[in-house]
Design a protein around this ligand. Structure first.
Ligand code: SAM
Ligand code: MD0
Ligand code: SF4
Length: 371
């Protein structure tokens, strides 16, 4: 394609995105393949425009609490996979988690994300473990008055309903890829359809859902385009991409060359494909130094703010920037003001959730709802 033709093709896709029309696989592959500097610049500018059209200059901040790093699974990319003897294991008491959540709330975050490995203590002891989790959700909710996300891995459908009743607003569970073959190489001995199905069940239970992909683990541009289409089909409310961070003691440690730009370009394409959805810039990949490029690509949520001094870990970067207090609201605010962005108010975040939930409810009732 000549440069002129490519410019025209890009403008056509931008127009489609402006109208919230679905991008085709061909459109997505085109956007993901852009290599030319000036076309890339135009893509990123359009992504920022799309963000401001739907969210003005507001950015949402998510506090992250990795409450248990024990896990029964052995995902090949993950530091906390069960056989990894090198990783630091802990399970925080509910009281400690609530304390940390209160600190995060006081610092100004909009949501508390309760994340865990698939810890048998919670998931393999029947009602006993489930009650601990639902009790924790209600306590965090009542003590912070903030929306709550739960990221527990694959859990029974009935528990998703209980999470919702306990006050959870979001269920996060990332497929990593929508290429079944690649999935089976990444998430060893896990069932692709079961993991996908949990997101549909969560929506049916009234929870908002976050779906996501992992890049830099043998995925190709076509796979990413397929993922975007699959994430649109499930009507994910928040959509993320994270670069693979190689982990010591794991099988993929030295298998893939890093390509930090790829994630940034995917964020811009996600914004074009999902102009009105939440798209995170995670501090868990490149720390605070990685925030600006992700915001420049159109992200509108900063995730993985972690309070220091409580022995809490990140997932992809288990330590980076945590004890230095650089994963904090104050540090993030400084970057946002350089970018003419601002931290949203909690009420603005809650009202976004309310509108989105009514959309999900209507969909469950099979009414048609436009973007
Ligand atoms: N255990 C639950 C699960 O797997 O759904 C919740 C934990 S959630 C924080 C784990 C997510 O972190 C994964 O789905 C993956 O997207 C991301 N992750 C884990 N290890 C990573 C790594 N080495 N590099 C980048 N992202 C990683
Ligand atoms: C993050 N480390 O936001 C967290 C995690 C889980 N819901 C989120 C991947 O980057
Ligand atoms: Fe466990 Fe989640 Fe890590 Fe997989 S990604 S090993 S399920 S913590």
């Amino acid at each position: 394609m000549t440069n002129n033709n490519a410019e025209t093709a890009l403008e056509k896709i931008i127009e489609k995105s402006d109208k919230c029309s679905p991008l085709t696989k061909e459109d997505l592959v085109f956007l993901l393949s852009i290599d030319d500097v000036s076309l890339k610049k135009r893509l990123f500018e359009a992504a920022r425009d799309a963000r401001s059209q739907h969210f003005d200059n507001k950015i949402f901040l998510y506090g992250f609490l990795y409450l248990s790093t024990y896990c029964r699974n052995r995902c090949r990319f993950c530091y906390f996979r069960n056989p990894n003897m090198a990783s630091r294991r802990y399970r925080k008491d509910n009281d400690e988690v609530v304390e940390a959540a209160k600190r995060l709330a006081a610092s100004g975050v909009h949501l508390i994300d309760l994340t865990m490995g698939e810890d048998p203590y919670f998931l393999d002891r029947g009602e006993k473990g489930f009650k601990k989790l639902t009790g924790l959700i209600s306590e965090v909710k009542s003590e912070t008055s903030l929306p709550v996300m739960i990221s527990p891995g694959v859990v029974p459908d009935i528990l998703l309903g209980d999470f919702s009743k306990a006050g959870a607003d979001w269920y996060a569970c990332y497929q990593e890829t929508h290429n079944r073959k690649l999935f089976s190489k990444l998430r060893l001995d896990q069932n692709y359809d079961e993991r996908i199905g949990k997101k549909y069940s969560a929506h049916n239970s009234g929870l908002l859902i976050e779906e996501g992909i992992l890049t830099g683990v043998g995925d190709h541009i076509e796979d990413i385009a397929d993922s975007i289409i699959a994430m649109r089909e499930m009507d994910a409310d928040q959509i993320r991409v994270m670069s693979f961070v190689p982990q010591e003691g794991t099988p993929l440690f030295d298998k893939f060359p890093a390509d930090p730009q790829k994630e940034i370009q995917i964020i811009a394409v996600l914004r074009m494909a999902f102009p009105d959805r939440l798209i995170p810039a995670s501090l868990d990949i490149d720390g605070l130094d990685g925030l600006k490029p992700r915001l420049d690509a159109g992200a509108n949520v900063v995730t993985s703010l972690v309070p220091p001094g409580q022995g809490l870990a990140g997932v992809a970067q288990s330590e980076l920037d945590i004890e230095e207090d650089r994963r904090s609201v104050e540090s993030v605010k400084r970057i946002l003001s350089d970018e003419s962005l601002r931290v949203a108010t909690v009420d603005e975040y809650k009202s976004w959730i309310k509108i989105r939930c009514s959309h999900v409810d209507k969909k469950t009732l099979k009414e048609s709802v436009a973007c």
